[in-house]
Design a protein around this ligand. Sequence first.
Ligand code: C2E
Ligand code: CA
Ligand code: CA
Length: 405
Amino acid sequence: MANWGSSSALKHFQRGETIFSEGDPGDWAYIIESGRVEVAVSVDGRLIPLRILTSGDVLGEMAVMDTAPRSASAKALEETVCVAISSRQISERVQEADPIVKLLMDTLLHRIRSTPQVTASKKARLATDFQPQSPAENNQVLDKMRLESELRAALDHQQLRPHYQPLVNIQTRQILGFEALMRWFSPTRGHVSPGEFTSIAEETSLIIPIGQHTLQQACRDLSQLQRGCPGWPLFMSINVAPRQLAEATFLGELQTIIDQYGLQPSQIKLEVTERVFMENPVALEMLQACRQAGFYIALDDFGTGFSSLNYLTRFEVDGFKIDRAFVQEILTNQRTQVLLESMLALAHGLGMETVVEGIETLEQLTVLQQAGCDIGQGYLFGKPLPFAQIQQLLAQVLTHNLVTS
Ligand code: C2E
Ligand code: CA
Ligand code: CA
């Protein structure tokens, strides 16, 4: 039997072991990490070897793409380790492909599947003709598929944890709440940045279980922090991807979680980027339903997207988070300062709260205080920290008059 390694994304096969047989259902495709695999088809009752695949090659992808039975068999020629790619991972990408690409792919797969039945010799030849492209050409894609498989395993093995970064009143520096920022420590890759893995998760439905996990942990941790400082209302900002909002169950689940932890909707700030206005109208409806239910909606990375401001005439949000790119230049670029002040005026004119991200120095803080920004976030006040350290920080702050040092 194939042996699942310490990370369940890896599958180990012994020498001579069958990876799959002709006629089997296509449940997994594989990227070979090490070892050699022989692919063969049966012609008139005899197994005809077609190809030897080695490290970096993909196998078993066809049956996974069109959910038809395997048209060839694969056997490990020596001890072989593969990254397993689930049929779901592939079918989601196929479903989301450009309709023209999908049609061409369906046609190609159908042709490959149906033609071999004409003659046995043709079958062997065609199967040989349809080989994956060279590993060099596909390296980037394969790396992404590997990362995605490992991320799925990481979720199962609880290697994903949020860290929390303080958000403070920019005038008084009192801590008002925290932003939950996901962290992944992979045993094989080390720390993987959320910028890298959330984009992959968002391309597939993986963002949904990851997002649920974040909501659950962030709400649980907020309730614990809140218990430690009664009478000092804290909030939690949580990043939400459009794909999560497109799930019909999103609001119901969110309400169940906050009820479970005795929190109010106003303590949860859902951070979305302007993408939500451009992508899925269902997600936008869900966002508005969340707002009506009392959750706070903040537009993240404000000022960096390409969408028009027109959406603000139709959809109300509660706050803007002005991107760190503006703060970085605020002391050196007069135009940036004017832009930042205009964004603050726009937000305040619409009755919205402003958060400025990425404040690293006292000089930047002084300019932002004078500009009338409401809330600040950045290394000056604190980096994203694990929950235990945030608890300690709050305890210290409590004994020092609720003000960050
Ligand atoms: P974001 O939502 O814009 O988060 C702010 C990012 O700025 C964080 O990066 C934070 O560590 C970083 N940052 C905060 N203050 C400073 C500062 O003073 N200087 C500098 N140089 N950086 C600062 P991080 O944690 O690497 O997260 C990157 C992005 O990944 C986030 O950007 C967010 O878009 C995404 N992300 C993180 N966690 C989640 C999550 O749970 N769900 C989703 N959908 N996305 C997430
Ligand atoms: Ca954010
Ligand atoms: Ca941001």
